[in-house]
Design a protein around this ligand. Structure first.
Ligand code: PMT
Length: 221
């Protein structure tokens, strides 16, 4: 039995990894499976929330009772998040968003040229959705939660990222073989802009999701 502490609340969750097309057959992407975001969507629905799940390239089945909006690129993800955030009590960005995209899209498949070095791929910056939502707060009293997958100096980098992005909570998870990207399990510390630190031990991604919603519900009430 889940607590019904999100009853009557609208929440938006992003999940998965964006893909930035280079040509009709290639993209720049990342290893996010979407599992952590889907666990957040399922647990929020179980706690009574109306959930909009913005899913980037996950291939996972739609969770019951959740509105799923599929997207591909960071620009599409931004549009969907900004639109859904207008009426949301909380926005949780679990998606792994490409910071850059190829500057140009080749309408035809890029060919190798015999005996020549490949052309470099020029990149341009993508919008920072978490920073934008945190700055704009499309809905009054809205709570914004980010994620950070780090490989080194996890807590130091996490604190700096929390300040830079301007969100209320940042879930810092360390990249590892059996956690974070693609795994069924995760382990994290949830950092609060209020200075709080909530460690979540290694376990199913639902456990981390439930801890996040507990912290969100506490701060919304
Ligand atoms: O999907 P799984 O396989 O279950 O894996 C889960 C996960 C590892 C993807 C997830 O737990 C996680 O950590 N997601 C964030 C991944 C990440 O590295 O984020 P980041 O440090 O690049 O970005 C920090 C935050 O800013 C994130 O909330 C991200 O959604 C957001 N962001 C980043 C870049 C950008 N242009 N716009 C953003 O909104």
């Amino acid at each position: 039995e889940s607590p019904q502490d999100l009853a009557g609340r609208n929440v938006v969750v992003s999940a998965g990894g964006t893909r930035e097309p280079l040509d009709p057959v290639r993209f720049l992407g990342n290893r996010s499976s979407g599992k952590q975001g889907y666990a957040l969507a399922r647990t929020a629905a179980a706690r009574g929330a109306r959930v909009t799940l913005i899913a980037a390239n996950t291939g996972l089945p739609d969770p019951a009772g959740v509105e799923v909006i599929p997207v591909t690129t960071a620009v599409e993800l931004r549009e969907a998040v900004v639109a859904a955030a207008a009426e949301a009590d909380a926005v949780v960005m679990a998606a792994a968003v490409a910071d850059f995209r190829p500057a140009t899209y080749a309408a035809g498949k890029i060919k190798k040229k015999d005996g020549k070095e490949p052309d470099p791929i020029e990149l341009v910056r993508n919008p920072d959705i978490l920073a934008e939502i945190s700055a704009v707060r499309p809905s009054a009293g809205q709570l914004v939660v980010g994620f950070a997958a780090e490989t080194d100096d996890v807590l130091v980098n996490g604190r700096a990222k929390l300040r830079r992005k301007g969100c209320d909570l940042l879930v810092v998870n360390e990249v590892g073989e059996r956690k974070t990207f693609g795994a069924e399990e995760n382990e994290a510390v949830v950092l609060g802009a209020d200075g709080s630190e909530t460690p979540v031990p290694y376990g199913p991604k639902e456990d981390l999701a439930d801890t996040v919603w507990g912290l969100v519900a506490e701060r919304l009430s």
